[in-house]
Design a protein around this ligand. Structure first.
Ligand SMILES: Nc1nc2c(c(=O)[nH]1)N[C@H]1C(S)=C(S)[C@@H](COP(=O)(O)OP(=O)(O)OC[C@H]3O[C@@H](n4cnc5c(=O)[nH]c(N)nc54)[C@H](O)[C@@H]3O)O[C@H]1N2
Ligand SMILES: Nc1nc2c(c(=O)[nH]1)N[C@H]1C(S)=C(S)[C@@H](COP(=O)(O)OP(=O)(O)OC[C@H]3O[C@@H](n4cnc5c(=O)[nH]c(N)nc54)[C@H](O)[C@@H]3O)O[C@H]1N2
Ligand SMILES: [Mo]
Length: 765
């Protein structure tokens, strides 16, 4: 019987040898398997697994709130399961009784593992809801600004992503593909939930073969696998200005689609007044945009005419909105596509994130997959996900979001399952201070990540290979029976089992588990999906047949899709899910909020930090997604380590900036600003524009105790400020730094070695 498992970066076929050791190979038929791999048996990874429950020494001796500033600096002491469950359940009870459910933050953002039942966030949310609720987060790090903006102007992101035009349609109809931020194939190794076949390479290749012309506005050139593409270097965070200038030329020359703007959009007159400077603002001419972005005015004007005269697809990377005023490039992309007038035509219009995950451009229909019911959360407090340090530092303090003022809850306990805030959050030195505020922090982890090391109680979670689950990802066209392939390492177990142990002690066992075992749950959520799909064109077999079969294709046929085709044909019937039913180039609602940092239409705002207002020696730091990992996951694996320079994450430096500082490839260099300092390995390259550095995320945070970071984690440098008062997303791509080097005697990296743990045997001696 074939045995499969699923990771966010691919489906794997599993072999177990006589010794019980597991080997995973990419699914036969995956046309471009990811390199990230699934070799969880590597000794380096095994050594970093959390094998037993463990408690921070000071917390164990002195109880909740004991010297919280020592988190990460004290030893972790292993304790028996019963003791750990008793301690954690008593503490949860105490906090709820003394401070209420709104004092527990269990937003618990993160990518955890593939598999729909053992989904860390669903598990912790369901558990906390059984106890009366918790403070959740809204939106994501991925798309914070877009999630908050798009419902006003074109419709929620979920629906928009499911509608995207497919690669085959673009190969047939698109003539010009203009992208802001490339189509980085490294990112399309993944899709949340798993990938059956990686089709971005062949999608782009088919477009090349049909002679599509690619233009890439980007500070780097390595994010598009199209050697003949035109690379237009652009200052980071200035794309909105260039798009405004393109729109200005199209409108000035009368090349815009007046009929479409009239019938399908609201407020073009307001946009036109802004573009032309008739509302008192400066006109958005190509010369104006050149001064901001560094892109030659002549290039902008010529491209504007070309776009208006041919079938053009516009695209932007999500990274553009992970920046100060990140909602503006989203709004302007839609506005520009509306002005060009090809939305809803085959191969025209816009794409929002080709090159961010495999699913964008997929020919597989969006069908609802299995999920674990999270229950209802009665707590009304919430935070936009990236406002965590703000929340911890300002209990009761106000924050703006979505046109309203809210207040931050007073958090006493943090509960995290399946995420790594010491990977994903900005300004980690600030997080370190904020993290010292709560009385207790509980984490479930598979590995001794920087977050697990900074917890008071750590529960050991097992991996996808060590449990049964169902794999599914939207628009990937499959369901996978993820049958257990190995015994759980040490005393680790599933998050579900950990919560069952706590639920029993807290008197909510029946509500949480409904009396079901793991396999009962898989039956249950599978059957719910099967019922939902009755009458659709994919019918699921009975559970036992699925479990036997191992892999089910939800769709065999590719389904060519043209985004918003029906809306274009009949906007009255196929209204957009916006207040007016149209595309809102001007939003009365947003204008009505009367915000200083977001007008009623797409506009240019200078970012909080950028090259337009930098000191002579400052450079703009981009921190993109890593090609050899998913975020911080498996950073200790051989594949991830092979990408490092002298054990540190490489930073891409332009030839000019390197030469000016006497830096060559292979040197260790230091990046610094007022927020922090980090060491990285220099990689000098012609593929990055002068003035810009690129350091991928995901090197495990390794502070040296003296204010520096040793491993190349960009988040000690990045800006922790909301994208705007409207959207409050993550602004990681807005960051200036200084660069110096070479560093002669760097401190060694220690975070990929196991931490100092008092193992249970020693403790009992
Ligand atoms: N500077 C900068 N920062 C960024 C970004 C950026 O572009 N620049 N990007 C942001 C984005 S878009 C994102 S999505 C975030 C990602 O941030 P995260 O999703 O927090 O990062 P991961 O490293 O994937 O963390 C997942 C953790 O879950 C653990 N895990 C896996 N499976 C299980 C399980 O079954 N149970 C339990 N208990 N744990 C499990 C893994 O070991 C890992 O530590 O980072 C954000 N941070
Ligand atoms: N291998 C791998 N793949 C991943 C992930 C991972 O961790 N590893 N993470 C996944 C997740 S959670 C997400 S949200 C997506 C994210 O997808 P994105 O946010 O789109 O990905 P990034 O790699 O951060 O950025 C894409 C490109 O935009 C460029 N860029 C950055 N700032 C600017 C700018 O201001 N202007 C322009 N024109 N270009 C800019 C970057 O240099 C990079 O080449 O990726 C997903 N894919
Ligand atoms: Mo993300």
């Amino acid at each position: 019987m074939p045995r499969y498992t699923s990771s966010h970066w691919g489906i794997f076929e599993i072999d177990t040898d006589a010794s019980g050791s597991v080997r995973a190979r990419p699914l036969a038929g995956d046309e471009d398997p990811a390199g990230i791999g699934l070799d969880l048996d590597q000794p380096e990874l095994r050594a970093l697994r959390v094998k037993r429950p463990a408690v921070r020494e000071g917390w164990l001796k002195n109880g909740p709130g004991a010297k919280p500033g020592d988190r990460g600096g004290e030893r972790m002491i292993e304790v028996p399961w019963d003791e750990a469950l008793d301690l954690a359940s008593a503490e949860i009870r105490r906090v709820i009784d003394e401070h209420g459910n709104a004092s527990i933050f269990a937003g618990s953002y993160g990518w955890a593992s593939a598999g729909r039942f053992h989904h860390g966030q669903s598990q912790v949310h369901r558990f906390m809801n059984c106890l009366g609720g918790y403070v959740p987060h809204v939106n994501t790090y991925s798309l914070g600004a877009a999630h908050a903006l798009m419902p006003y102007i074109i419709g929620p992101m979920k629906g928009l992503m499911a509608e995207h035009t497919t690669w085959d349609v673009m190969a047939e109809h698109t003539k010009l593909f203009v992208t802001f931020g490339g189509v980085p194939r490294k990112n399309t190794q993944v899709s949340p939930g798993g990938v059956r076949t990686h089709f971005t390479r062949s999608g782009v290749q088919a477009m090349r073969e049909r002679g599509v012309r690619f233009v890439n506005f980007s500070p780097v050139r390595d994010n598009l696998d199209v050697p003949e593409a035109e690379w237009v270097p652009i200052r980071p965070n200035t794309d909105t200005a260039v798009m405004l200038a393109i729109a200005h030329v199209i409108v000035r020359e009368g090349l815009h689609d007046r009929a479409f703007l009239q019938s399908h959009c609201t407020g073009f007159d307001r946009v036109e007044a802004y573009l032309m400077g008739r509302d008192g603002s400066e006109p958005c001419t190509p010369e104006w945009a050149e001064a901001i972005s560094g892109v030659a005015a002549g290039r902008i004007a010529a491209l504007a005419r070309e776009m208006a005269g041919t079938r053009t697809m516009l695209n932007m990377a999500w990274s553009l909105q992970r920046a100060s005023h990140g909602e503006q490039p989203c709004w302007m992309l839609v506005t520009l596509a509306a002005i060009v007038g090809q939305i809803g035509l085959p191969g025209g219009g816009f794409g929002f994130g080709y090159g961010t995950t495999n699913a964008l451009g997929s020919p597989f229909a969006a069908v609802p997959g299995p999920t674990l019911d999270q229950g209802k959360n009665p707590v009304r407090d919430f935070i936009p996900v990236a406002r965590i340090s703000d929340m911890l530092e300002n209990p009761g303090g106000p924050f703006q979001y979505g046109g309203q003022t809210h207040s931050y809850p007073d958090i006493r306990l943090i509960y995290w399952v399946g995420g790594n805030p010491y990977h994903h959050h900005q300004d980690l030195n600030r997080l370190e201070r904020a993290w010292a505020r709560p009385e207790t922090i509980i984490v479930h982890e598979q590995y001794w990540t920087p977050t697990a090391r900074r917890a008071d109680i750590v529960f050991p979670a097992n991996t996808v290979l060590e449990r049964n689950d169902i794999g599914f990802a939207t628009r990937e066209g499959h369901l996978v029976a993820m049958r257990q392939a190995a015994q759980s390492l040490g005393q680790s177990c599933s998050d579900y089992e950990i919560f069952c142990g706590l639920a029993e002690r807290l008197g909510v066992s029946e509500a949480f588990s409904e009396g079901r075992t793991e396999i009962d749950w898989l039956h249950h959520i599978y059957e719910q999906t099967r019922q939902r799909l009755v009458g659709e064109d994919c019918q699921l077999p009975a559970f036992d047949d699925f479990w036997e079969e191992g892999l089910i294709l939800l769709a065999r046929e590719a389904r060519p899709t043209v985004m918003m085709e029906a809306f274009r044909d009949d906007p009255g019937t196929h209204r957009r899910p916006t207040p007016s039913g149209k595309i809102e180039l001007f939003s009365e609602k947003i204008a009505g909020f009367d915000l200083p940092d977001c007008l009623g239409h797409a506009s240019w705002f200078p970012p909080a930090e950028w090259l337009g207002e930098a000191e002579a020696d400052e450079l703009h730091l981009l921190s993109d997604q890593p090609s050899r990992r998913l975020h911080s996951q498996l950073d200790a694996s051989a594949h991830s380590r092979a990408g490092k320079i002298a054990g540190r994450e490489p930073v891409m430096i332009s030839e000019a900036d390197a030469a000016a500082r006497g830096i060559v490839t292979g040197d260790l260099v230091e990046l610094s600003n007022e927020r922090g300092r980090a060491l990285a390995g220099a990689r000098v390259s012609a593929d990055i524009m002068p003035g810009v550095l690129k350091l991928s995320t995901g090197a495990w945070y390794d502070p040296d105790g003296a204010g520096g970071e040793r491993h190349g984690n960009p988040n000690v440098l990045t800006l922790d400020r909301g994208t705007s008062s409207l959207t409050q997303g993550c602004s990681a791509q807005t960051c200036l730094v200084s660069l110096s080097g070479p560093v002669a005697e760097p401190a060694p990296v220690s975070v990929l070695d196991p931490p100092d743990i008092v193992v249970l045997e020693d403790r009992n001696q």
